[in-house]
Design a protein around this ligand. Sequence first.
Ligand code: ADP
Ligand code: MG
Ligand code: ZN
Length: 644
Amino acid sequence: MIFNNDNNNNKKRSAFFYWGIAIAIFAILNIFVFPSLLQRSIKEVGYNEFISMTESRQIDEVVIESDQILFTVKNTNTVCKTGVMNDPDLIDRLTKSGAVFRAEIPQRTSMLEYFLISYILPIAIFVILWRIIAKRLLPKMGDGANSMMFGMGGAKSNAKVYVKSSNGIKFKDVAGEEEAKELLQEIVDFLHNPEKYREIGASMPKGALLVGPPGTGKTLLAKAVAGEADVPFFSISGSEFVEMFVGMGAAKVRDLFKQAAEKAPCIVFIDEIDAVGKKRDGSGFSGNDEREQTLNQLLTEMDGFDGSKGVVILAATNRPDSLDPALLRPGRFDRRIPVELPDLKGRVDILKVHAAKIKIADNVDFDAIARMAAGASGAELANIVNEGALRAVRDGRRFATQADLMESVEVVIAGYQKKNRILSSKEKLIVAYHEIGHALVAALQTNSAPVQKITIIPRTSGALGYTMQVDEGDHYLMSRTELENKIATLTGGRAAEDLIFGEITTGASNDIEQATKLARGMITRYGMSKEFGMVAMENVQNSYLGGDSNLSCSPETQTKVDKLVVELVHREYIKAKQLLADNKDKLHELAKYLYEHETITGEEFMSILSARRQIPERTETVPGIAEEVADGAGTGTDTETVSG
Ligand code: ADP
Ligand code: MG
Ligand code: ZN
């Protein structure tokens, strides 16, 4: 958001606008609503009803006029009216029923009501309107002396306060993330018995910053801390600080910390802190003074805090690199708690936590599903389980099965199965060869992951088919050979098209992108080229969100890098094509199978591949080493997007 002086006219006008509305509302109330409130309403009733009321002794006071009878009903405030009939017994009957005759029934309400309605109510309404308007106007006036003028309706932090509840989220609801839980457990422990820490002279870190990719459970962890700790928990999102009105953010921060100080020991949680905590740019030409003020206020408040008081500040972000360094220095968010994408065991645990919430078959192999969903975040895994349950409902089953979950992995990873999009048979054949090309190259190289499943059923995500590779366990280091093989695998699709049809298609755009990225990374980041060796030519800016990178080298070097990338990818392409050419019979056989069945599982694939001939590379390797194969930094799937 950008605020500059041009906006001020606008704000002034809107101030008048609000007051105008207030006065109009007040006038309408005064002219139309209050008088009618003061007037007692007169209800018209039939003569029969009047008689029956008389008989049931309901009449309180009565006035008989020449053309009408006015009366009040006992225990109510209403005045009723009925016509006059020729009824000689009327007086007699009324007297018997205990009605009191009057000359006039006051149509005005009592003094007290009169006072309330004509004095107190208007003032109350006025005060309420004033509050609403003051709230809107206050930030525009800044919160210095002007706010004193308004007197009421200060800037509230509107932080939500969680009170410990029995059904709240606990640490056990957060699967995996053991390290994060351990670090947070310490904070909970501190809040429970601060004496233990004080005795030894240890003070808790003032702030802890949860960092990790989106959907890994940062917000969930913070809520779990709230559920575990027996203390008040203030939760606010960073974006809530940056409001529409100038000065509001800083005021909110102040209010939040004031509240927290009153409630200590307590926890303050600022979600998505990057919304306020972004680096301040030194240009002095910043478009967002408001955010900077808010950040400054936050820094000031954090400094002003006495850590031993027992206020712990938690924050979460998925862009730690973009945070202002001042926030991260000791004394502020000095503890960083990494919340990473779950590993295999973590994925299994997360699936189980969420599967416990739905009805599910007993024989589900969570391990297999977790393996398929390599690279999925906690949120995606939760989604997979939910999709599985939805599928079961759709098919009219009472519980979800393994197949449901397997299908939902694909749904979540590759988009919904699009049944009505038909590929022409020629296209289908090309896609089949393309996918088998990937899989075959992967399988023929020792270090590539075995194929879990290949399908050529189009998805709504635009993928025409995909090869799902499965990592057998997680690992973090990739060797040069593994990287090269991965590039070869990525080029395998295009190589197969070229080899079989002598023609290439747009289907490989995603492969090309990935292969290029890997090749470039090998040269500029991992120091895997002979020419440059261990020299970093690229800096990764944001390691969690896609990883934008910056080239930091001379134009000549860039040209060289580009040339090396082209050479590397080309080399792997040739290798892949050669592998496929050597195994053309298998390529045909597998592609035909895939074309006919549309889906081929890893086992079917391997049994066809090794039907007549063992793969020499695989038998040569020591068992166990061949299993430790690469999936790379990717998601474990390879999708073909349609371009153009
Ligand atoms: P973040 O704040 O890191 O972006 P969230 O905490 O909002 O992610 O997570 C979104 C949802 O994903 C959670 O509500 C939960 O259902 C699921 N989830 C994420 N991580 C986990 C986990 N480790 N264990 C269980 N569920 C998880
Ligand atoms: Mg979150
Ligand atoms: Zn491909």
